[in-house]
Design a protein around this ligand. Structure first.
Ligand code: ZN
Length: 308
């Protein structure tokens, strides 16, 4: 077990990883395929991607388990493998990172809308997240991130599942819980999630839920510049709480049937100082970011940490 994450970020900024999905597709995963199955079926391919992030300088790696709850896996007819695929995802990442760096277990959205607005029962979502969180804890993660969330109700179920799984394992206080929302640009006013949640409302809710690190990732029509605003709004809402930011590489465009992201490693690295000034203690990238982005981030984070 590496040094406690929450202690380390008091004294220095840590660097997380970049996108996973696009890297899996480059490694041969067909569009719409089940990337989480690779944790067991092709672990060497998952490891190769995570090794590139580690070698580029990531202090933390997020497990390849974004779509790993049984509801999401059910779309690939893999729902019976949820425990196996999540535990393997944690172990694969640990093998890559060793004992000296951190592994964050990933819980993504279940991919639907809960009753009463939608047709999925909250109890089913809670059970799916709990099964996933337990497997990630068994696999030896240092933290669990409930990420790319747009609804506070679903975020709460994910956070509660993570806390319960950690508590059952007797690891309360040793495994950190991170909550992360995905915001979209609005015509005026602060960014909001697809479900209308503002950064201030999300931060207050997460603090009330006892989340250890409050984060933002992904989002629509926002890049690293807008992320500084989100982090600042978090800081104002919950002063002193550790914050984390993982922006996309800008807004994607479809060119020749391919999704293209325009923010270069240099452009994004130049935006990191503003994120840290706004209060971020962990930075990384979401969709469209690559090991090359992380390599540039590493140099910039080292400069920031050295106080130059
Ligand atoms: Zn993303």
């Amino acid at each position: 077990m590496p040094q406690a994450l929450l202690d380390v970020i008091q004294s220095r900024v840590l660097l997380c990883d970049g996108a996973m999905g696009t890297q899996l597709q480059q490694a041969g995963l067909e569009a719409g395929g089940c990337g989480e199955a690779w944790n067991v079926d092709h672990p060497e391919r998952v490891k190769a991607i995570q090794q590139r992030y580690r070698d580029a300088g990531s202090d933390l790696i997020i497990t390849n388990t974004f779509g790993g709850c049984r509801i999401t896996l059910g779309r690939h007819d893999q729902q019976g493998r949820a425990a196996e695929l999540n535990e393997a995802g944690a172990r694969v990442a640990r093998e890559v990172m060793g004992a000296g760096r951190w592994v964050i277990g990933d819980i993504g959205p279940f991919g639907g809308i809960m009753a009463p607005l939608g047709d999925v029962e909250p109890e089913d979502v809670a059970a799916a997240f709990l099964e996933q969180a337990r497997a990630l804890v068994r696999g030896g993660v240092d933290a669990i991130i409930v990420e790319t969330q747009t609804a506070l109700e679903e975020l709460e179920l994910g956070v509660e599942a993570a806390k319960r799984a950690i508590g059952e394992a007797g690891k309360t206080g040793q495994i950190a819980v991170i909550g992360s929302m995905a915001y979209d640009r609005t015509k005026s006013g602060p960014p909001r999630t697809m479900m209308g949640v503002t950064p201030a409302a999300a931060a207050e809710k997460m603090a009330a839920l006892g989340v250890d690190i409050i984060a933002a990732n992904c989002g629509t029509k926002i890049g690293i510049t807008e992320y500084a605003d989100i982090v600042r709004l978090y800081s104002e809402a919950v002063p002193g709480k550790p914050l984390m930011a993982q922006p996309n590489a800008g807004m994607p465009e479809i060119i020749d049937d391919k999704i293209v992201y325009h923010e270069t490693p240099e452009m994004m690295a130049a935006g990191l100082q503003a994120l840290v000034d706004a209060g971020a203690r962990i930075v990384g990238g979401c969709c469209g970011t690559t090991p090359e982005h992380i390599r540039h981030f590493r140099r910039e984070v080292d400069r920031i940490n050295s106080g130059r």
